[in-house]
Design a protein around this ligand. Sequence first.
Ligand code: PA5
Length: 421
Amino acid sequence: MIHLDESLLDKNLKPEAVDEFIAAHRELIARVLAGQYGNSEALGWFNVEENAGAAALNGISELAEKVRREAGVFVLAGVGGSNRAAQSVIEGLGYNLGEKPRILYMGNTLSARAMGDALDSLGNKSLYANIIAKNFATLEPGIAFRLIRGRMRETYGDSFAGRITVTGSFGPGQLAEIAERQGFNFLEFPAAVGGRFSAFTVVGLFPMAVMGADIRRFVAGAAACEKRLKADPSGGDAARYAVIRHLLRKKGFTVENLAYFEPRLRMLGCWWQQLHGETEGKNDDAILPALTSFSEDLHAIGQYIQEGGRFLFTTFLNFFDKTGMAVPPSAFDDGFSFLDGRSCDILNPAVSKAAAEAYYRRGIPVLRFNAGGIDEETLGEFMYLQMMSAYFSAAFLGVEPFDQNGVEQYKRNLQTELRGV
Ligand code: PA5
């Protein structure tokens, strides 16, 4: 189980202040725990079972197994909330998923070079694709879909359609209608779930399953977390994390730096950044969620975090891999012989401790999420915990959690620009 460690906060925030805030906001916390805050039509994620019950998981696994068996390359095209959860889990589990198929992410850039490079990299392996767009008006996945289906039609002739699964909505011009006309497989993007809350729906689960993730364990991790949080009238760690962020922000700590130590958690960090940024970033007060990869960034932006502006707090993602690999001895004295033969698994936890203590000494608030390892259950637990916490944060800020008008504005501007209107 993930543990939220607050022990390095005390120079800036006493645990009693967090308790007092929770006691003073019992009513609002109860509303959030009952799903009675914000747009009630966007709460399809709130009960994990709603879109990830046993029947749904069986259906997803069956379709995914077929694609997994037959695909050499699986193209996942989507942007923002439509692809980040799947990419986080697929990359987070990394090599544990085995070799087959290779995954290629598209639909998240309009760089002509990057799109061309992606097509060039396809080779002559058996191609399958999943295109995801809740509102199929987003240009990035739209262009990627054209490119990928063009290539597939060239290669497979009329049978190409059976290799494409689209995940989207019903309505004029939407992917359901297109799928029906063109013979693509169709999966419904639940109407009551926004992109960044879609990890535990077919949006996240289908590509994860194609790549070999155990989606039942992933969902079980989330469901156990949901049960625990909802059984606690204080909202458990989801509320506590939101309260700590809220109180730190009021003290002027307006940037939260999430530091991860396993490079393959980069996308999980990006998912976290989008979740909090798009859910909370709706007034002048919101926290800017920033991301760093340690050790790399300890030798770069780490200097600023340590001794720069005093508006930053850090949340450490202490999820570490274990490999059993040992530090090899050296034939000459290179200054590191104190580590001869010791396990490499001790290094990352040590660097996390060293950085946390340095920040603490400087008076920088440090929060830590500690977990025993990186597996499906932990990732499911972490993602549900963060979703609930972002929901709490929006309630404390008094903003609507489930819209993203800023994003929609840029999408409209882009269409206008390119249509030359
Ligand atoms: O969280 C969200 O709702 C957004 O980030 C969307 O996922 C993102 O804008 C992509 O939208 P769409 O799936 O409609 O292409």
